[in-house]
Design a binder for this molecule. Structure first.
Ligand SMILES: [Zn+2]
Length: 491
């Protein structure tokens, strides 16, 4: 920081020089600014000011003054450096610093310049009239550059693969907590697992934070995946195969940190099984063993990646933190999943949902029976009843469930009258709830193929949010999701 004393001294000198200049008939000009991240626009602006006077004062805001006006992360360049920079340019007769606590227009009032050079955005029409009391002339220049320093900084921040997107860090933290609960994280795990989870906080991927580690040259190295915030937000969030393009994967981030390693003959630890592209790179690097916590075996990239690993003799091992639950799960002799009357457990997404389903099934109750369903019923027709979805999908504006009133489980059992009724409902709902577009989604048949967890026939009428995409999954599972347990409730 430039000391207050020095600033005072500079001001005194400047005022003396200005006085002399005025006495010698010179035209005194004043131009003011922050001059943070000095750029061509700044230079042109000062040169333009230079042309309009014989003696030019360039005033520069102190760090404290800028912080007050533009926030704590500004200025980027500290005042000493900004000051020296303008001095060295040798374009001003006086360079002075404006402090935060100065009264309004203090400098203008004490200098009384012949010409005050400013840009339009700095003063209102009234202020310009008012200013003329203290300066003979107010010269308004256009901005000399297309983008101001603030715009430039904004662009730099957006393009930085960092945590600058509002709320990213918080969302990642929430995802980490979810993952910890999902995989059964405990505090007494051995390294690198605790550090692997800790390192997840370095991820900027709010959809799927991933952390990767390896032991190299006597220490652990970690990498996390990073979203490319140049890509529109909805692409980052609603990606499918775009997955590759929207993130720097954790494995690549790790390799970047390791630097130039010709052969990486050490195991890789990762929270998510590597995608096929990363797998190729890891194979090229000489990796022979991979430990992973989670996987998306249903995704094509995962299938391709497992194939690659197998073909190249890479040993892959899934780490199960919830050992007991899985053993229990496997030791139980589960019935045929198709034997349940109202529900299909393999398509349950989480334990709570599965417990509710199992409890009702145990009582011989159909969870979608209008007498049983624990959610609002908007209205009923002869054949269907309509309920807003209590747990709408991500990216959804409105979502309605249209559920068969009678116990109908096969599409063959839908009568002509029911189809006509359904058609009317779709038209009614669209008009009543102002649905300009969306989709009517209707699963049927083998739940392992349809993806339904409840068997009574029902349709979804979905209107996505504008500029959004929503996913309606078709396709299910044959086995209970890992980590879920079938609990039987007393009848
Ligand atoms: Zn990858």
């Amino acid at each position: 920081m430039i000391s207050e004393e020095l600033i005072k001294k500079m001001n005194m000198e400047m005022l003396q020089n200005v006085e002399n200049a005025k006495q010698n008939g010179k035209k005194v000009g004043l131009v003011q600014g922050s001059w943070d991240l000095f750029h061509l626009g700044h230079l042109k602006y000062i040169l333009e000011a230079r042309k309009r006077c014989d003696y030019l004062i360039v005033a520069m805001d102190s760090d404290e003054k800028i912080k007050k006006r533009k926030g704590n992360d500004r200025p980027i360049i500290p005042e000493e450096e900004r000051y020296e920079f303008i001095q060295l340019l040798n374009i001003a007769d006086s360079v002075i610093v404006k402090e935060a606590n100065e009264p309004k227009w203090n400098l203008i009032k004490s200098v009384k310049p012949d010409v005050l050079i400013a840009i339009k955005e700095n003063y209102s029409e009234e202020q310009i009239t008012e200013l003329k009391e203290f300066c003979k002339e107010v010269a308004i220049l256009p901005r000399q550059s297309e983008s101001s320093t603030s715009d430039k900084i904004r662009k730099i921040m957006i393009s930085t693969k960092g945590k600058q997107l509002k709320g990213t860090y918080e969302q990642v933290l929430a995802m980490i907590e979810e993952m910890k609960a999902r995989v059964g994280f405990t505090d007494d795990l051995e390294e690198p697992l605790p550090m692997l989870f800790e390192n997840l906080k370095d991820s900027t991927d709010v959809v799927c934070p991933v952390s990767t580690a390896c032991f190299w040259n006597g220490k652990w190295y970690f990498g996390a995946n990073h979203s490319d915030f140049n890509i529109p937000k909805y692409d980052i969030i609603n990606r499918t195969e775009l997955y590759y393009a929207t993130t720097e994967h954790a494995e690549m981030n790790l390799l970047k940190k390791l630097g130039d390693v010709p052969v990486l003959n050490t195991p890789i630890w990762t929270t998510l099984f590597p995608c096929d592209k990363c797998m190729k790179v890891l194979i090229d690097k000489g990796v022979k063993e991979i430990f992973y916590l989670e996987d998306h075996p249903e995704r094509n990239w995962s299938k391709r990646s497992h194939e690659l690993a197998l073909k190249n003799g890479i040993k892959v091992t899934q780490i199960h933190l919830k050992e007991e639950v899985l053993e229990d799960n496997q030791s139980v002799n589960y019935p045929d999943m198709d034997s349940f009357q109202y529900i299909y457990p393999p398509n349950a997404r989480h334990q709570e949902q599965l417990d509710i389903m199992m409890n009702l099934e145990g009582q011989n109750k159909d969870p979608l029976d209008p007498e049983i369903i624990e959610q609002e019923i908007l209205y009923m027709t002869d054949y269907w009843y309509i309920s807003p979805n209590r747990f709408p999908y991500a990216g959804v504006e409105q979502q309605f469930l249209i559920i068969a009133r009678n116990p109908i489980y096969k599409k063959e059992d839908i009568t002509k009258e029911m189809w006509l009724d359904l058609q009317n409902i779709v038209l009614d709902l669209s008009a009543k709830y102002n649905i300009p577009g969306g989709a009517l989604c209707f699963r049927f048949g083998d739940p392992a193929l349809s993806g339904a967890s409840l068997k009574r026939l029902h349709a979804h009428l979905i209107q996505p949010k504008e500029e959004n995409q929503t996913k309606f999954t078709i396709g299910g599972h044959k086995m209970l999701k890992k980590g879920l347990v079938l609990k039987y409730f007393q009848k």
